[in-house]
Design a protein around this ligand. Structure first.
Ligand code: IMP
Ligand code: MG
Length: 183
């Protein structure tokens, strides 16, 4: 595999994450919030973001899996991968979200299938407010119209890893967001 190329440096990411944290702090001044991270990719973003939010906050985590035959990592890298749209909750939150302010925290908004499903699911539980924070946004791949409330970086249609994002479960621990060249 060709060498990884840095797209977003750890310094760029740290600055942006601090800005998003400050914005959330202003938006919900005086309130309590629940940060809900989507496992596993959002864990690093959530843990850094949370430390820039000066509010009463708690954490929760969910896991999703998609139906459909996932291609080999190699094919996924070349052509991307769209789930069939059938997303399933593999791990639910531990607390009720009714009447709470919840922020879904995701690593990347790609086709939009995952977050559209999660948004509908959590809205049906009647939170006081639901917001979406994503570190990365690839709008060129969108299949369902969905915008996040807090976006770190809008990126081109490249396959990226690092800062929580994986390729076949590897590279999540890289401090920078890097592109895996497709050729
Ligand atoms: P969506 O339902 O297509 O928006 O899927 C979002 C999910 O696809 C993310 O949570 C990631 O797990 C995965 N994903 C999409 N693009 C990338 C990428 O460039 N690198 C790593 N994972 C990705
Ligand atoms: Mg993910």
């Amino acid at each position: 595999m060709a060498a990884l190329k840095v797209l977003l440096s750890r310094e760029d990411i740290a600055q942006k994450v601090a800005e998003i944290g400050a914005k959330i702090t202003r938006d919900f001044a005086g309130e309590s919030i629940v940060l809900i991270g989507v496992l596993k990719g959002a864990t690093i973003f959530l843990s850094d973001l949370a430390r820039h939010i000066e509010l009463d906050a708690s954490f929760d985590f969910i896991a999703v899996s998609s139906y459909g035959n996932r291609p080999s990592p190699d094919q996924e890298l070349k052509a991307g991968w769209d789930s069939t749209g059938e997303v399933r909750l593999a791990k639910d939150v531990d607390q009720s979200v009714k009447d709470k302010i919840i922020i879904l925290v995701e690593d990347i908004l790609d086709t939009g299938l995952t977050l559209t499903y999660l948004k509908q699911l959590f809205l049906s539980r009647q939170p006081k407010e639901l917001r979406i924070a994503t570190l990365l946004d690839k709008p060129s791949r969108r299949k369902l119209a969905l915008e996040a409330d807090y976006v770190g970086f809008t990126i081109p249609d490249e396959f990226v890893v690092g800062y929580g994002l994986d390729y076949a479960e590897r590279y999540r621990n890289l401090p920078d967001v890097c592109i895996i060249p497709r050729d």
